[in-house]
Write a protein that binds this ligand. Structure first.
Ligand SMILES: [Zn+2]
Ligand SMILES: [Zn+2]
Length: 350
């Protein structure tokens, strides 16, 4: 699907709205970019002008190494470029994440970026935006993905921490440094003990605080800092089995990701515990978002785009096709490995 008659279409630099001469999350260097959120597969360095939603401006500036022309606007505010009305609306993915809405000659397109419908105290709740064409991600676009409720999940995390502490171990949660770590931090029961962070998590947590979020206190692990026994530590997945991790012993290691729904991955990656925690939609949330958009056409990017797109066509009667982009989703797991595991799970549950 690359019809340049469409209001928005993919180019070799990214999704392009020609009428407004604006790209959304471009992977090439362009003059004018709207950035849905600061994850590295969406916010790339090298463009001339960046526009994002206001709550995410500080995070984006940090991620773009203080690129000179980063501007923001509040959610819901409309600007006009060459007769195209453009506004940003909460996507519920991470702090400042936005869906981009384009209206031109009575036609409305929405680019979702990454999004989720589950509650998250560290960002504004996803806002359904009605449109004619909805461009959606489908990172977890398979029916096997169903996220646990927020309360249930955090009860699980806190009781795991409490149990580890009472057995004399530290608790390490591996999670993405931007978004996931702060969401977990916000849900921790800090009456259990102190929270320590890896430097990569600490710097972003501090930017979240500067952006106005009230998060529990954290202590950055660095030379001279001694861990209190029974602590919890938040660190990016890259520290697994590193010398850095070995200094936390005795420690129980958990990984927090949507992929943890797939048992085989948990087993093979030798985590002690997997928490099913994603900043993307599960299957039902994707369907809800599509319905609430009331779109007559849905274009699907990354993840299980083929499965999800086919389902929309055959089961829901919505015109749908796949849009190829460079977005990676929660790509810590190799896609092939996931597919293999998923087919195992499907076989087991069928
Ligand atoms: Zn993202
Ligand atoms: Zn993404």
């Amino acid at each position: 699907m690359s019809d340049s008659n469409n209001l928005i279409y993919p180019t070799d630099k990214g999704l392009y709205c020609q009428a407004a001469d604006v790209y959304v999350d471009p992977w090439g260097k362009v003059e004018r970019a709207i950035i849905t959120h600061a994850h590295s597969d969406h916010a790339r360095w090298g463009s001339q002008n960046y526009l994002c939603a206001e709550p995410g401006e500080k995070v984006l500036r940090y991620r773009l190494q203080n690129a000179p022309n980063v501007e923001s606007m509040p959610y819901g505010k409309t600007i006009e470029r060459n007769g195209v009305k453009i506004s940003l609306h909460p996507a519920g993915h991470i702090l400042g994440s936005a869906q981009a809405r384009f209206e031109y000659k009575g036609e409305v397109w929405v680019v979702s970026g990454d999004y989720k419908l589950n509650p998250d105290p560290t960002c504004a709740l996803f806002e359904p935006v009605k449109c004619d064409t909805f461009i959606t991600e489908s990172t977890f676009g398979l029916p096997i993905y169903k996220w646990p409720e927020h309360e249930e999940l955090f009860e699980d995390i806190n009781s795991w921490w409490y149990k580890n502490k009472s057995e004399g171990r530290n608790s390490l949660i591996l999670c993405y440094a931007l978004g996931k770590a702060q969401r977990i931090l916000a849900g921790l029961d800090t009456s259990i003990g102190p929270v320590y962070t890896h430097g990569a998590v600490e710097v972003l947590t501090e930017i979240y605080r500067q952006s106005g979020l009230n998060l529990p206190a954290t202590i950055k692990i660095q030379a001279g800092v001694k861990l209190e026994p029974g602590s919890i530590i938040l660190a990016p997945p890259s520290v697994q089995n590193s010398p850095w991790q070995r200094k936390l012993q005795p420690v129980s290691v958990a990984f927090a990701s949507g992929w943890m729904q797939v048992r085989g991955i948990r087993r093979r990656r030798s985590f002690d515990k997997g928490f099913i925690l994603s900043d993307h939609c599960d299957w039902n949330s994707l369907l809800t978002a599509v319905k609430e958009s009331e779109a007559s056409q849905v274009l699907v990017t990354h993840g299980y785009a083929d499965v999800f797109s086919r389902y929309l066509q055959t089961e829901m009667g919505i015109a749908s096709s796949i849009l190829s982009t460079h977005f990676a989703g929660e790509s810590v797991m190799e896609q092939e490995e996931v597919l293999e595991e998923v087919s195992e799970v499907i076989e087991e549950t069928e």
